[in-house]
Design a protein around this ligand. Structure first.
Ligand code: AOF
Ligand code: ZN
Length: 396
């Protein structure tokens, strides 16, 4: 933790001119904003929180980003203030990310801040995403006072996986597992519907509405023939539909349900997670949900290419059948993969009907929890010839 508890501090990070340091009140507001950010889901966009302070330093509005396609945190906070009939002239916006400068699906936040008459912006970390970056410059040019770098390491930690995905030009990866208490995803005879409760299925279909693509292996298509659409409780396809992606070398039957009729389908002829991700990135995918089967889940985990884990556990035992994972090339406990509870996007542990929903993020090397890199060592890889190919050296 940083020791900023008193006095005036300056945190220059952008190399740009810093007009003043942040006050103790603003640092406290930044902690509030970081907390508010956790209300949103992870994915194509970072978690972002914003707090507006009046001239006496009192919080008058709080906002956060609810995922790609929805209002940005700054706009959300401004809208809340407007709903309450507040005048924002002369106020301070404290936000966990540099306000965006682009007209994306929403925005640009820099213009919304200027238009609202906000006098001062305190933010935590620069936006690394080329098209959106540059908000600080625009704000300063319009005469808004800007302070950058407040609680910067906390803001980096908040979105560590997102920053890494942006830097390596690959989609953010959510891995989804629906399993029994004893980690089976299908019974001995191959039956797998319906392990999860209707509440878990609804939750998963909600996630499908937020992502850009959903990915399974050819094996899953050949055995389960899934549709991979986002559906409501009645089974009707609803909302924005993710790209349906299947990876693997085998051909996909003409009549496979996943092909659909809307053209929103792609076959990635590779067994390598890193290659599949770069193919998806080239097709514009910024958030992919990997749904299975066991080989694909294991290959992504082995490669250290999972940013977020969502596990639905049904209180059901099978005792035999298909295990959720096929082996991660781990031979000894010290080589185990460690995961952290992720409090964002609905929390780390939740009951959904009869099921439990667990939400986790990777433990990083160099963080304070004991853990190993999630990427497999060359030695592990060579000693495990049964694994599907996973040749990336990237990872956590
Ligand atoms: C902000 N505030 O709350 C977020 C920002 O597709 P769009 O229009 O939502 O833009 C997404 C990009 O905007 C994202 O990659 C990141 O650079 C920035 N996210 N910016 O000012 C926010 N979520
Ligand atoms: Zn924005």
């Amino acid at each position: 933790m940083t020791a900023v508890q008193h006095d005036i501090h300056v945190f220059p990070v952008s190399g740009a001119k810093v007009p003043a340091g942040a006050t103790v009140t603003e640092v406290a507001a930044m902690k509030e904003a970081l907390q508010a950010a956790l209300g949103g889901p992870r994915g194509a966009n970072p978690l972002v929180g914003a707090v507006i302070l009046d001239s006496r330093g009192h919080t008058i509005a709080t906002g956060f980003h609810r995922g790609a396609g929805t209002a940005h945190a700054e706009a959300d906070a401004i809208a809340e203030a407007r709903r309450r009939g507040l005048d924002l002239a002369g106020t301070t916006m404290v936000v966990t990310l540099e306000p965006c400068n682009h007209l994306g699906r929403t925005g640009p936040c820099s213009q919304a801040i200027i238009a609202a008459g906000i006098a001062r912006v305190v933010y935590a970390i620069d936006d690394p995403h080329g098209p959106a970056a540059g908000g600080a410059r625009t704000l300063r040019a319009a005469g808004v006072e800007v302070v950058a770098g407040v609680e910067e390491s906390e803001a980096l930690e908040l979105n560590r996986e997102w920053f890494e995905a942006v830097a390596s030009k690959r989609p953010f990866v959510t891995l989804h597992i629906a399993q029994t208490l004893d980690s089976r995803i299908a019974a001995e005879d191959g039956t797998s519907q319906w392990i999860s409760s209707p509440e878990s299925l609804a939750d998963n279909h909600g996630l499908r509405g937020l992502i850009d693509a959903i990915l399974v292996g050819t094996q899953t298509v050949l055995i389960d023939n899934p549709r991979l659409t986002a559906r409501d409780g009645d089974g009707h396809a609803v909302g924005r539909q993710p790209l349906r992606a299947v990876m693997g070398l085998r051909d996909i039957p003409e009549d496979a349900a996943v092909k659909g009729t809307d053209g929103n389908f792609t076959h990635l002829r590779t067994r390598e997670p890193a290659e599949a991700l770069s193919m998806l990135f080239e097709q514009g995918v910024r958030h992919v949900m990997v749904e299975g089967g066991a080989r694909i889940l294991s290959a992504f985990l082995s490669a250290g290419l999972v940013d977020e884990l969502v596990v639905y556990i049904a209180p059901t035992l099978l005792g035999s059948g298909t295990p959720a994972l096929q082996g991660l090339g781990i031979k000894t406990l010290t080589a185990a993969q460690h995961w952290d509870w992720d409090d964002s996007g609905g929390g780390s542990v939740r009951r959904l009907g009869r099921d439990l929903r667990l939400h986790l993020k990777p433990v990083r090397q160099g963080t304070d929890t004991p853990g190993q890199s999630h990427a497999r060592s060359e030695e592990q890889r060579l000693s495990d010839s049964a694994m599907p190919a996973a040749h990336t050296t990237g990872g956590h």
